[in-house]
Design a protein around this ligand. Structure first.
Ligand SMILES: C[S@@+](CC[C@H](N)C(=O)[O-])C[C@H]1O[C@@H](n2cnc3c(N)ncnc32)[C@H](O)[C@@H]1O
Length: 270
């Protein structure tokens, strides 16, 4: 006869998994990809981008750091000619497979935002999902210069990163129950460097603790303030930077308590 009680874990063992397995496969594709709340937010993000960037059917969009292509697929469904670039081959393979299966026009390629080049500039460029800031300050500056080159004259960019006002909400331990175990993040915010980081671990019911290997985000994310982003965008050549604080429409200016910091700027016509 069983009591219905779970047997307590007798011992734990740590196993390091690669970025592809732990982060790309488990987190981005399986976990985030099946989360209805994320799917809902992605629709909201795409609505916001279409509104603020005046993004119309037939326009070209570069989705930089596109991950598994969740938003890129939604843009393609709206008739936008989207190309996604991401540093993680596993995510790009997933994004391409889904696009082909669903006969979406979206295309994808592996690339590094710090060094990428494009053959033809895009009407619009977006960095979504807080994907700006993983590099050093110098690399992030180079990224914005690459983004400037990849944007058509008269075009627009929209960039999201983590910002320092909301960083405290991710500092300290946070956890989430998943079908494969408890995902734990020991978030650390370093005020001296304004970087948010900290390790992620998946604690499985059998006592296995899966840790992440070296990855493009290991150094954490540089949390830029509004004035810093303003300077970086202007230095890269952009004009009229505006800063929004949420994905809700109508757009509202960023506040100290905003969870998002969405930077939007124009590339001058000449
Ligand atoms: C937080 S995820 C966001 C993914 C996607 N934009 C979204 O919102 O679902 C950050 C993404 O940035 C990518 N990434 C990190 N460093 C990069 C780099 N230097 N160049 C291109 N992509 C990078 C990662 O592979 C990851 O897919």
């Amino acid at each position: 006869m069983t009591s219905g009680k779970k047997t307590p874990v007798q011992s734990f063992r740590r196993v390091e998994r690669s970025w592809d397995e732990f982060w790309a496969e488990f987190w981005r594709i399986r976990l985030v990809g099946s989360d209805d709340a994320v799917a809902w937010k992605n629709q909201q993000v795409v609505d916001f981008c279409c509104d603020v960037l005046k993004l119309k059917r037939g326009m070209t969009l570069l989705d930089l750091g596109c991950g598994a292509g969740f938003q890129a697929h939604l843009f393609a469904e709206r008739g936008i000619k989207v190309h996604g670039i991401d540093i993680t081959p596993k995510l790009i393979a997933h994004a391409s497979t889904v696009a082909k299966k669903r006969k979406l026009g979206a295309t994808f390629s592996v690339g590094d935002m710090r060094t990428f080049e494009v053959e033809k500039p895009f009407d619009r460029v977006a960095i979504l999902g807080m994907s700006f800031g993983f590099g050093t300050d110098e690399e992030n500056r180079a990224t914005l210069k690459n983004v400037f080159r990849a944007t058509k004259a008269g075009g627009k960019v929209l960039i999201t990163g983590q910002h320092p006002y909301s960083a405290s909400t991710h500092a300290g331990p946070e956890w989430m129950e998943t079908s494969e175990g408890f995902l734990i993040h020991r978030g650390e915010f370093d005020p001296m460097t304004s970087r948010l980081g900290g390790p992620w671990e998946l604690v499985c019911p059998d006592g296995t603790i899966i840790t992440e290997g070296d990855n493009p985000e290991s150094e954490g994310i540089r949390c830029y303030t509004v004035p810093e982003m303003q300077s970086l965008l202007i230095e890269a050549g952009f004009k009229n930077p505006l800063f929004y604080g949420s994905w809700f429409l109508p757009p509202s200016e960023v506040q100290w308590f905003s969870m998002e910091m969405i930077s939007v700027a124009d590339k001058p016509k000449r």
